[in-house]
Design a protein around this ligand. Structure first.
Ligand code: GN1
Ligand code: MG
Length: 345
């Protein structure tokens, strides 16, 4: 591994001495390393081409949007170019990207209402600035990525192909997903039918993709692989999905997995303060469904992958994807009782 990494790093930095290599574990898709060298500290990523078969469109979207953001002065990731001037290096069949390491804290959840409000404001600013980016220049790197009705149909098709054992283990969760689809279908369909506008959005805004400073301010949002046209409801919902969870999506003990309503309200307050000026009435009305929509969709994806023998997400044990699906469904129940309690007041 070390000789391979040295080879790739020298594509970007020329002659260099590497002092340390640390594997960064938080993503579920790409392989990521923090590389300390005599020329500075960097992040090296091997792109998962099984997940991203259309690597050129990924690179197109990422390059154009990060250049746009940095020209405006909005903090973002800086990618390094190779000697040939490319923002990636191809070695054999593998595609690698290298960026400048940003000293920061990675969090799995939001730790206080104040931090939630700041995160909401930052995400809204990100969306606001990208309103001026020519959306037609972006490609659909992963078509139907947040097409929730299709995710649900795909999940149902797995019920036919899955093993008896996995179907049995997941029987309760399967039933619950069938029940919850009816509750999120209206907003999911409104997005697909174009009643909610397409904007330039990140599409993978879990909290571990936001870098924080010591005071809980967001420095920038990373992991721009999925930047594509989509709905801002997806970004808000995905940030809240991890941000309002008192544990993580990996937690086996469901008594630790709880929805934090204070974090939720502070995030929404921060987001809408900054974004209400450009949001449509339909977007504002639909905002309360963004979190349940994303929880449902993620539960569908984890459970589908469990039924598909873990072909997509990195797993480290047999029930890993089932455990992840359970955390999402557990939160979904709590979020709907919270929504109900607000309506009854
Ligand atoms: C994946 O790459 P990473 O770990 O940030 C996934 C997201 C999921 C997330 C769940 C391209 O994100 O959509 O929400 O795992 N990314 C892709 O943790 O599928
Ligand atoms: Mg990612």
């Amino acid at each position: 591994m070390e000789t391979l990494v040295t080879k790739v790093v020298s594509e970007f930095l020329g002659a260099v001495s590497i002092t340390d290599i640390v594997t960064l574990q938080s993503g579920l898709i790409n392989s990521t390393y923090k590389i300390a060298t005599n020329k500075g500290i960097f992040v090296l990523q091997k792109m998962n081409q099984k997940v991203f078969p259309n690597i050129n469109s990924l690179l197109n979207n990422k390059t154009k949007t990060t250049q746009f953001l940095s020209e405006i002065g909005f903090p973002t990731v800086t990618f390094l170019a190779t000697k040939e001037g490319l923002l990636y290096s191809k070695l054999g069949e593998d595609i690698w990207q290298m960026s400048v390491y940003i000293p920061s804290f990675v969090k799995e959840k939001i730790e206080s209402p104040a931090m939630a409000e700041k995160a909401g404001i930052h995400l809204a600013q990100f969306h606001k600035i990208l309103l001026d980016f020519p959306i037609e220049q972006l490609e659909y790197t992963l078509p139907d990525f947040h097409n929730t009705p299709k995710r649900y149909t795909d999940f149902k098709s797995k019920l036919i192909s899955a093993s008896k054992e996995r179907l049995q283990n997941a029987s309760e969760e399967i039933e619950q997903l069938n029940y919850f689809y009816a509750k999120v279908a209206s907003v999911a369909l409104a997005i697909q039918e174009g009643k909610i506008p397409l904007r330039v959005v990140h599409n993978d805004t879990k909290i571990s993709n936001m870098l924080f400073d010591a005071k809980g301010n967001i420095i920038c949002i990373i992991d721009l692989d999925t930047i594509m046209p989509g709905s801002l409801l997806h970004d808000v919902g995905d940030a809240l999905r991890s941000g309002t969870n008192t544990a993580t999506e990996e937690e086996k003990d469901l008594t630790k997995v709880n929805f934090d309503a204070n974090i939720y309200e502070s995030f929404i307050k921060g987001y809408t303060k900054e974004a209400h000026s450009f949001m449509t009435t339909k977007e504002l009305e639909s905002l309360p469904l963004s979190l349940p929509l994303l929880l449902f969709e993620q539960a569908c994806r984890f459970l589908s992958d469990y039924l598909d023998n873990d072909s997509y997400y990195a797993t480290t044990y047999e029930e890993h994807n089932l455990v992840r699906a359970k955390t999402q469904i557990h939160l979904l129940k709590q979020v709907f009782s919270y929504i109900k309690s607000i309506h009854n007041n």
